[in-house]
Design a protein around this ligand. Structure first.
Ligand code: DLL
Length: 435
C-alpha cells in the first residue's frame, strides 16, 4: 500500500514554514512586478517596490486584488507567462456576469494536483482506493482537480463527472468505489437515491471529499450516517487554482491551508485592516508558487476564522473554518443580516432534509422572505402532526435564529429540483429590479 504524502512539508515546524513563505514571497513579488503590468502600475502608484518586501510581515504594503480587477483585466491582463507556456484554462460559471478565467502552466497543474493529492491522503486515500469523481469536468475546477490528485495518490480514478445518477450508482456498485468526490448537495442526493435503489449494502464507500459550496455540520452528519462514511470538507476557488487550497484531516476541525503554496490573511471586509488570528473576517490569499496566474492578496469574499492551534494529525499548516458566509452573499432582509447557512442549520436541527429554496422579494417598500422546505418521506406520511403545526414551529425557530419572521411553506418530498453541481438555494428577486 502506497500513500502519496508530503510530511516534510505538511508537518514542517512553523518557524521553518514561515521562513519558506518569506523566501517565496520575496521572489514572487519580484516576479509579478517584472511580468504583470497591472501589478507594476498598482505598486508604483502606492510607492512600493519589490525591494520593500522582505517577507510576510511586509504583505500589508501590497495592494489587494478583487474580483472587479479580474473582470477588468479579462482575459489576459493578469497573465505572468507567455501564452506559449500555458497549457490549460479553467473558469467559473459566470452566472453573476463575472466570469473568471484562470491560466495554468504544466508546473501549476503539477502543484495543484499535489494539493488535491494531500486532501485525498488526509481522507485516508491510498493507491488501493477507487476514487469516484463526480464533480463536473470541463471548465469547472472540481473534476480536473480531484482527478489530478487521485492520479498522484495512485487511486483507480473514475472520471464520472456530474449527472446521470443511475450510472453513478451502477459504477459505484460494480467497481467498488471507496472515495466519493462531489458537492455535498449531490452527495446527499446520491445517498437518497442509493437507499431508494435498495443497494446501500453493495456500496463500499468509506470516505467522501465534499466542497465547492456551503454545507453545515448537520448535513455532514446526515451524509455520514446515510452512506456509512467519513465526510471531509475541501475548499478552493478557481482564482487561486481550484479545490485543494485547503482540506480537512481526520480531526474534521477546520481545513489545513497548503501554506507552502498560499499565504492566508483575514481582513476586516469594510476597512481592509488585517485581523489577528482567531478573528472572523474576509479571507485573502497570496499565491507563492504559481507561474501563469499568480494572484497577490486576492480578496475571496469568503468569511472565516484562522487558527494555528496544533492539530492532532501532526500537520502544522494553519486551519480555516468552513466559510461562515460570503461577504457578498449575506443578504440584508428587513434591515437584518441573513446568511442562508443560518436557515439551513435550523432546518437540519429540526430534522428536515437539506432541500430548500429561499425566496426573497420586495413588495412596495418591504422585503418578504419565504422558505420552501421539503419534508422527509417519514414526515410526509406521519399524520399525527399536521403540516400547519410543523410550519408554525419552523416559523418560530427561524424567528429565534434570525430575529425576523420568515414565511415557511412545507412541500412534498422530491418537489424541489436537485442539483448535480453547486445547489442554487437562494432566489433574491430584488436583484431583478437592479439596473
Ligand atoms: O468551487 C472549487 C472547488 C471545487 C472547491 C471542488 C472544492 C471542491 P469556484 O467555482 O471558483 O471554485 O467557487 C469558489 O466556492 O469562494 C467559496 O465561496 C465556495 N466554496 C468552495 N469550497 C467551499 C467549501 C470551487 N468547502 C467559491 N465550503 C469559494 C463552502 C466553498 N464554500
Amino acid at each position: 500500500m502506497k500513500r502519496y504524502y508530503q510530511p516534510e512539508i505538511e508537518t514542517m515546524p512553523v518557524d521553518q514554514l514561515k521562513e519558506l513563505q518569506n523566501e517565496r514571497l520575496v521572489k514572487q513579488v519580484k516576479y509579478v512586478y517584472d511580468n504583470v503590468a497591472f501589478y507594476r502600475e498598482k505598486m508604483d502608484a502606492m510607492g512600493v517596490k519589490p525591494e520593500d518586501i522582505h517577507g510576510t510581515a511586509d504583505l500589508y504594503k501590497l495592494p489587494f486584488i478583487t474580483k472587479d480587477d479580474l473582470k477588468d483585466q479579462y482575459p489576459y491582463g493578469l497573465l505572468a507567462k507567455p501564452l506559449s507556456d500555458c497549457v490549460r484554462i479553467q473558469s467559473t460559471s459566470g452566472t453573476t456576469g463575472r466570469r473568471v478565467v484562470a491560466f495554468y502552466t504544466q508546473h501549476d497543474i503539477d502543484l495543484w494536483d499535489d494539493c488535491c493529492a494531500r486532501a485525498i491522503v488526509a481522507a485516508g486515500g491510498t493507491n488501493e482506493d477507487v476514487c469516484h469523481v463526480c464533480y463536473g469536468y470541463g471548465l469547472f475546477t472540481g473534476g480536473p482537480g480531484l482527478n489530478g490528485g487521485s492520479h498522484k495518490v495512485g487511486c483507480l480514478t473514475l472520471p464520472m463527472s456530474s449527472g446521470n445518477t443511475e450510472r453513478q450508482i451502477q459504477f459505484m456498485t460494480d467497481l467498488g468505489s471507496t472515495i466519493l468526490c462531489c458537492t455535498p448537495s449531490y452527495a446527499a442526493y446520491l445517498a437518497e437515491s442509493i437507499h431508494e435503489h435498495g443497494v446501500r449494502d453493495q456500496i463500499k464507500l468509506k470516505a467522501g471529499i465534499f466542497g465547492a459550496e456551503a454545507w453545515t455540520e448537520e448535513m455532514r452528519h446526515d451524509i455520514e450516517e446515510s452512506l456509512g462514511i467519513k465526510a471531509y470538507d475541501i475548499y478552493g476557488l478557481t482564482e487561486i487554482s481550484g479545490p485543494g487550497v485547503s482540506f480537512e484531516c481526520e480531526e474534521q476541525k477546520g481545513m489545513h491551508i497548503n501554506e507552502d503554496h498560499f499565504i492566508a490573511e483575514v481582513i476586516n471586509p469594510d476597512t481592509g485592516e488585517v485581523l489577528p488570528e482567531g478573528e472572523r473576517g474576509e479571507l485573502v490569499f497570496t499565491c507563492l508558487t504559481k507561474e501563469a496566474f499568480p494572484l497577490i492578496r486576492y480578496r475571496t469574499r469568503d468569511i472565516c476564522i484562522l487558527s494555528r492551534k496544533p492539530c492532532s494529525c501532526g500537520r502544522t499548516h494553519i486551519r480555516m473554518t468552513k466559510p461562515l458566509g460570503r461577504s457578498d452573499d449575506m443578504m440584508v432582509v428587513k434591515g437584518v443580516n441573513v446568511f442562508p447557512s443560518q436557515i439551513e442549520t435550523v432546518l437540519m436541527n429540526e430534522g428536515y432534509p437539506a432541500n430548500y429554496e429561499l425566496i426573497v422579494d420586495r413588495v412596495g417598500n418591504s422585503d418578504t422572505i419565504e422558505v420552501n422546505v421539503e419534508m422527509s418521506t417519514e414526515m410526509f406520511n406521519d399524520f399525527k402532526v399536521s403540516t400547519a403545526e410543523r410550519e408554525k414551529k419552523l416559523v418560530s425557530k427561524l424567528k429565534a435564529m434570525l430575529g425576523i419572521k420568515v414565511d415557511v411553506k412545507l412541500v412534498a418530498p422530491k418537489t424541489i429540483a436537485r442539483s448535480e453541481g453547486k445547489a442554487v438555494r437562494v432566489i433574491d428577486k430584488r436583484n431583478l429590479y437592479k439596473n
